[in-house]
Design a protein around this ligand. Structure first.
Ligand code: GCO
Length: 477
């Protein structure tokens, strides 16, 4: 194919999430979130790390925005901590919390950086978890919609890009099955129920956004990587289809069509796991079509046949020691096996830029929506040299290859609105502590000294700066 240039208004960006960067976990009236508490349960996070201080973005946002401006970012994606706005999840608004985001947004706009706001990046108010079990109760639909409405009204006109729920598939599966996210449950029935309610939350928020006539675009962000079959054995191909239905269509079909995939729904019925669907639910879901599909792309997965007595819950690599992932699967449907053709990170994540091109094409064809790449990046160990430089040439190569894949997909005809790397500064990796780094900006967190937390620009910082400056011309040449 002949390469097409990146669109003139392509949103070159970078991203973060409140809990992973802000710190100030109990400052200025903020209430506790389920993550503030979960990290204190022994053995849940790597070496017990938490986000109490994180990288102290709360106090250093001006310095961070200045770095973004220096790099030339067109957009910056960040999340709002619900517990800063409504410490108990509902009730009185905490003006100080709202002011923090207002100041951040104004600072971004003053530097010509388009703010992109994620409404929910996993830090549910603990008060709502206690009051009614969070996503397991329909009460959250109204509470969440009220919270979103506060932000819509306050920032209408200033914020043009809104992301509803970040990686619903991840917070639901990890929270209600794998037990490495709050609320730390392992119960399939409850998982599918909470998931259905999260779908309703997403739809309700989008519906409200339309009713209020807020200018701008809104959509969910979703963790997706194509599922491959290990080979052409039809049984393995079927397993890959199963993984695709259960791991992706089960969410994205609902966002776009307001329908659960036929096969998954049948499986839920056969296993007595269907969520309670009330009159009006499917109607709400059907009419809340997002403006874009937000894609968080990191890696692909390879699948093989898995008999009913086969592999179940595995173990993910949270140690950063290559090869410590333990096989996992869904008995009777699929199991995940290692890809013999791809390089892996130290956390065993496949590096697969072609998979991103495939992902973009699949989503574009199936859902017919523009795509916003809301996350993509490389989590690795970085080394701060004595002269304060960081040579992360592996990260440059990773991003470069993924940008080539995006340009390929654009050349294939896919409408990609923008690209946010994960992440701008180094930050807390939920389960992997501070040693797994993603940023363009290095932050020394190994020996935590709150006064220090100095920012250092990595080699990738300067490289991406040039990419943005030339609107990706280096990629298309
Ligand atoms: C990690 C993860 C996260 C996610 C992000 C998902 O290491 O903790 O990679 O940083 O990418 O929060 O939206």
């Amino acid at each position: 194919v002949e390469r097409k240039p990146f669109p003139k208004d392509f949103l070159w960006g970078s991203a973060s999430a409140a809990y992973q960067i802000e710190g100030a976990w109990d400052k200025d009236g903020k209430g506790p979130s389920i993550w503030d508490n979960f990290v204190r349960i022994e053995g849940k996070t790597f070496k017990g790390t938490n986000g109490d201080v994180a990288v102290d973005h709360y106090h250093r946002f001006k310095e961070d925005v200045a770095l973004m401006a220096e790099q030339g970012l067109k957009t910056y994606r960040f999340s709002v901590a619900w517990t800063r706005i409504l410490p108990n999840g509902r009730g009185e608004v905490n003006e100080k919390g709202l002011m923090f985001y207002e100041n951040l947004i104004d600072e971004l706009i003053a530097h010509k950086i388009e703010p992109m706001v994620t409404l929910y990046h996993w830090d549910l108010p603990q008060a709502l978890q206690n009051a009614y079990g969070g996503f397991e109760s329909r009460e959250i639909i109204e509470d969440f919609t009220n919270y979103a409405t506060i932000l819509f009204k306050r920032f209408a006109g200033k914020v043009k890009y809104w992301v509803t729920l970040n990686e619903q598939n991840i917070f639901i599966i990890h929270g209600y099955k794998l037990q490495n996210h709050p609320p730390n449950v392992n119960n399939a029935k409850r998982m599918f129920q909470a998931n259905h309610i999260a779908n309703l939350v997403n739809a309700s928020v989008i519906t409200k956004f339309r009713e209020l006539n807020i200018p701008g675009l809104i959509g969910p962000s979703f963790a997706y990587g194509p599922n491959y079959s290990i080979d052409s054995n039809p049984k393995n191909v079927l397993a890959a289809e199963n993984a695709e239905d259960f791991g992706a269509h089960f969410w994205m079909d609902v966002y776009r069509f307001g329908e659960y995939p036929i096969m998954v729904w049948q499986w839920l019925k056969d296993n007595n796991l269907t969520p309670e669907v009330l009159d009006g639910d499917m109607d709400l879901l059907k009419h809340a079509i997002p403006d874009f599909m937000g894609l968080n792309y990191y890696r692909t997965t390879v699948n093989a046949d898995n008999p009913l007595d086969g592999v179940g819950l595995g173990k993910i690599n949270t140690t950063g020691v290559k090869g410590s992932t333990v096989e996992s699967g869904e008995p009777g449907l699929y199991k995940h096996v290692s890809n013999p053709y791809t390089d892996k990170t130290n956390w065993d994540w496949d590096i697969d830029p072609t998979g991103l091109r495939i992902a973009l094409r699949r989503i574009a064809s199936r859902y017919r929506l523009p795509i916003l790449i809301t996350e993509n990046g490389l989590g690795e160990y970085d080394k701060l040299n004595d002269d304060c430089t960081i040579d992360d040439s592996y990260r440059i190569e990773y991003i470069r290859q993924h940008l080539v894949a995006i340009n390929d997909a654009i050349s294939d005809g896919v409408n990609v609105l923008g690209y946010c790397t994960w992440s701008f500064t180094d930050l807390l990796s939920w389960l992997n502590g501070y040693q797994k780094r993603y940023g363009f900006v290095y932050i020394d967190r190994d020996e935590l000294d709150e006064k220090e937390l100095k920012r250092y620009k990595k080699a990738s910082f300067y490289w991406y700066q040039q990419i943005i400056k030339e609107n990706g011309k280096q990629i298309t040449e």
